[in-house]
Design a protein around this ligand. Structure first.
Ligand SMILES: [Ca+2]
Ligand SMILES: [Ca+2]
Ligand SMILES: [Ca+2]
Ligand SMILES: [Ca+2]
Length: 449
């Protein structure tokens, strides 16, 4: 079993002033139960208090406890997909162990400085303490017990729902047999602690590679010891892209972060495959729309979507909007359907298509599901089909000159869809808004350096 380097060194990994919980170990991936081609999967997580304060670990209905999220991913043929995801584990008690080094115990409801606490696979899969991710703000770790899943009926801020009456796969990380054991695939599991006030969240999330073999009608999972340390960071940032040509990772902050990994592959014959893995790390508002600019005259095929549940009815339909010049996927608005399949934190959705257009660097548009926060931020550092957008050449005649001013005013007064070429050319600073700063930018381009 891997333990944090701190444990081997006998010292705390690093002491940063304030609250700092780290994922000290991630191991023991196992099948809790299986039947009918499905597997409920869980893993073992170890928290280390590497900060300078104790951390409350008080069971629901008290809101002051960390949350543990975990899920399963597969990399195959250039596609990085999430194939299972559990509801969030509400932590409820700590032991004061020494996996991370010297520990100053602080009781069962508080993780002492330097102390570790391990939840085994059966703990993390216990439906009594699994709650909907939607109730938790991944950025602030806020959770409102009153009216929660645990509160149940009546809504009286008392725990009514004890997790009984559930099926073996409900709320658990459920993975289909058909997604496991595929030739040429690599598999990973990721775990994350969400902790209020954590001053360094980069060490809260980590992943490990695992392998498997079939055993009767089930699977035996193994987490190789060699060359397979606990790798900190969101899995999409550490396990997918390799820095090759036509690959980019875009980071979007709201506050809260999400990542858009994009990749284009030359299929030959003038066709390209575009592949997007959009991972919501801590983006509270979720995402309900994703759009990639494509020239309206392009040939587009094989528009696809992948999420990690087993419901096709909630998949985001993808369409090629030739008038706008975009391939667009979306689910319902919050107003239309508060339970829509928006991209929740800890989830990864894939968007893909083929087009007869070579790639360039540009922006993919996204729309938040919940109100609040700032303007909906695009992924500005993405691999997208080249729509022929040249910043400043708003009228598309190959020159940047006074004639673009008139075209710019047209876009300013009557903006087309954000994916359109003229919008892109007028949006000099690539922030998906046309305003005065773009006018100044255009003037600078016309006058020249
Ligand atoms: Ca931390
Ligand atoms: Ca689905
Ligand atoms: Ca022009
Ligand atoms: Ca702009």
């Amino acid at each position: 079993m891997f333990v944090c380097a701190a444990a081997m060194a006998g010292v705390v990994e690093h002491a940063r002033a304030g609250t700092d919980v780290a994922m000290g170990d991630l191991s023991g991936l196992s099948i809790i139960t299986n039947s009918g081609g499905l597997n409920a999967i869980s893993c073992e997580t170890t928290a280390c208090n590497v900060g300078t304060t104790t951390v409350p670990w008080i069971a629901a209905m008290n809101p002051n406890h960390p949350f543990i999220a975990y899920s399963i991913f597969r990399l195959k043929d250039g596609r990085f997909e999430q194939i299972g995801r559990a509801w969030a584990k509400h932590t409820f008690v700590v032991s004061s162990d020494t996996l991370c080094g010297p520990c100053t115990p602080a009781g069962a409801q508080s993780l002492g400085i330097g102390c570790s606490d391990t939840y085994f696979d059966n703990h993390n899969a216990n439906q009594f303490f699994l709650g909907p991710r939607e109730e938790i703000d991944p950025y602030t770790a806020a959770w409102q017990p009153c009216g929660s899943w645990f509160d149940g009926t009546p809504v009286d801020c008392q725990r009514s729902n004890n997790g009984s009456g559930l099926g073996p796969f409900d709320h658990r990380c459920t993975v289909a047999n058909s997604d496991l054991g595929l030739a040429g695939a690599s598999y990973f599991y990721e775990g994350m602690y969400i902790v209020a006030g954590d001053v360094d969240t980069s060490n809260n999330i980590a992943s490990r590679r695992f392998t498997m073999f079939a055993s009767g009608d089930s699977w035996i999972f193994q987490t190789p010891f060699d060359d397979n340390p606990v790798l900190h960071g969101p899995v999409v940032t550490t396990r997918y892209l390799t820095g090759g040509a036509n690959e980019l990772l875009s980071t979007v902050a709201d506050p809260g972060l999400l990542y858009v990994a994009s990749k284009a592959t030359d299929l030959g014959g003038g066709m390209w495959h575009y592949e997007y893995a959009v991972y919501n790390y801590t983006y509270s508002r979720r995402i309900r729309r994703f759009a990639v600019p494509v020239p309206g005259s392009a040939i587009v095929s094989n528009i696809g979507f992948h999420d990690s549940d087993f419901e096709s009815g909630n998949d985001w339909p993808g369409t090629f909007d030739t008038s706008c010049g975009a391939v667009n996927w979306q689910t319902d608005t919050f107003a239309a359907n508060p339970a829509a399949n928006a991209l929740i934190w800890g989830a990864l959705f894939n968007f893909r298509f083929d087009a007869n257009v070579p790639p360039t660097t540009g922006s993919a548009a996204m729309e938040a599901f919940l109100a609040g926060g700032g303007a909906d931020a695009p992924a500005t550092n993405a691999i997208v089909p080249n729509i022929g957008c040249v910043k400043g050449d708003v009228n598309g005649d190959g020159f940047i000159d006074g004639r673009d001013v008139q075209a710019f005013v047209g876009v300013l007064l009557n903006p087309p869809c954000v994916e359109a070429r003229s919008f892109c050319a007028a949006d000099i600073d690539s922030n998906s808004v046309i305003n005065n700063s773009d006018a100044i930018g255009l003037a600078g381009l016309i006058v020249g350096p």
